[in-house]
Design a protein around this ligand. Structure first.
Ligand SMILES: Nc1ncnc2c1ncn2[C@@H]1O[C@H](COP(=O)(O)OP(=O)(O)OP(=O)(O)O)[C@@H](O)[C@H]1O
Ligand SMILES: [Mg+2]
Length: 247
């Protein structure tokens, strides 16, 4: 194995023995119970699992939106679960794109402004006013790619679930993240739109080397990934391409 191969095969994102519980009144729900995950740069990994198994929780913890109770998260050779709030914010803004299961678009902004928000945050100190024209062009291109140009000036409450979902995907991609964490990115789309988003993600992965960790209930979409893992009983288990567990 050459040196380059060794570098390429070293995990780029790694979760080591993650635990996460929630407290509901007197009850504690142990959601993640020793999750281990190693993803190489440029990989496309799908995570499936029953509703309530902890897929969103895992994605939030991987993306530093939530802290694990125990365990470590490494990203590009750096431990990220213990970074300061400011460093986590910067990491999420510049290196990680997040598609939330329930979109989390800002209700008072139109769709174009929502898509532009990560660029505004990123360029705040470097001068949004200098970059705004180029950023708007880019945002328009994403809206076009996602079939949303005629909705650019609508606010989230005027949009369908599928339109909000596509806007959330555009917002996640506008800052050219290295890693995309996508929580059910096609959950609200019809079969054809889901197919289009699946193609888009596969193209970004193959052509631009975007590393993707995607949660989905859609088995067809999961099969487009390089690898499928199932979250069950608080742990990740690899699945074979026919959906069965390896012997
Ligand atoms: N903030 C919270 N406070 C308390 N319990 C929570 C919280 N967030 C999630 N849970 C609980 O943790 C468990 C896992 O939730 P999670 O949203 O991660 O599941 P999921 O696999 O994403 O489900 P779905 O497929 O329905 O989206 C559920 O039982 C849920 O009720
Ligand atoms: Mg979920």
């Amino acid at each position: 194995m050459s040196n380059n191969d060794q570098v390429a095969s070293r995990p780029w994102i790694e979760a080591r023995d993650l635990y996460k519980s929630y407290r509901k009144g007197r009850h504690e729900i142990a959601v993640l119970r020793g999750v281990n995950l190693a993803v190489a740069r440029g990989e496309f990994v799908a995570i499936v699992g029953a509703s309530g198994s902890g897929k969103s929780t895992l994605l939030h913890v991987l993306g530093t939106l939530d802290d694990p109770d125990r365990g470590e998260i490494w990203f590009g050779g750096r431990r990220i679960d213990r970074l300061s709030t400011r460093d986590k914010d910067r990491l999420r803004n510049q290196e990680i794109g997040f598609v939330f299961q329930f979109y989390h678009l800002l209700p008072e902004l139109c769709l174009l402004e929502n898509v532009l928000m990560p660029v505004m945050i990123r360029t705040w100190t470097m001068g949004w006013w200098l970059r705004r024209w180029g950023a708007r062009q880019q945002a328009w291109q994403w809206l076009k790619r996602l079939g949303l140009t005629d909705r650019a000036r609508s606010r989230p409450k005027e949009l369908s679930g599928g339109e909000m979902q596509r806007a959330a995907i555009a917002r996640a991609l506008i800052n050219h993240p290295k890693l995309l964490l996508a929580d059910e990115p096609t959950g609200n789309l019809d079969a054809q739109s889901a197919q289009d988003i699946a193609e888009l993600l596969r193209d970004l992965n193959r052509q631009e080397g975007l590393t993707i960790i995607m949660v989905t209930h859609n088995w067809e979409l999961a099969q487009r990934a390089d690898r499928v893992l199932r979250l069950a009983e608080g742990k990740l288990i690899p699945l074979l391409s026919n959906g069965t567990f390896p012997e």
